[in-house]
Design a protein around this ligand. Sequence first.
Ligand SMILES: [Zn+2]
Ligand SMILES: [Zn+2]
Length: 138
Amino acid sequence: MVSRAANSLMVVGVVGAFIGLCVLPSALGDHQDGNLLSVAALLLSLGALSISVGFYMKARFLQKDVRSGKPEPPRKIRGGCDLCRNEPPVIQCKVHQLHLCATCLTGHYDVRSCVYVPSLRRPATKNGKNTAAKAQSV
Ligand SMILES: [Zn+2]
Ligand SMILES: [Zn+2]
């Protein structure tokens, strides 16, 4: 969709620049038509601008396409990162009780409030609590 928009932008730019180029000789010709010259210059510069914007958009969204086009199913890791659940946690924030992977750590990082320890996450941390609650209710 966006790459189509970029394509049409580039086409418009090429056409505009082409018309500008066509008009330019007659503008610079015998008549010395200042008006036509400025129109030709405008068309040329607008054309060049749209072409470069089109290239820019294409480059940006092409990168995105390549990245999102990768068949990368989300790897749900049990006991993984508390934020994305895709990566094994490398560190734990003691203040917020969050196990974080390296990616989420950079987003979470707050030097004033967070205290980090290496994540030693084990899958069965809640078991003690559950059995205690059960024992009480019985
Ligand atoms: Zn994460
Ligand atoms: Zn924190």
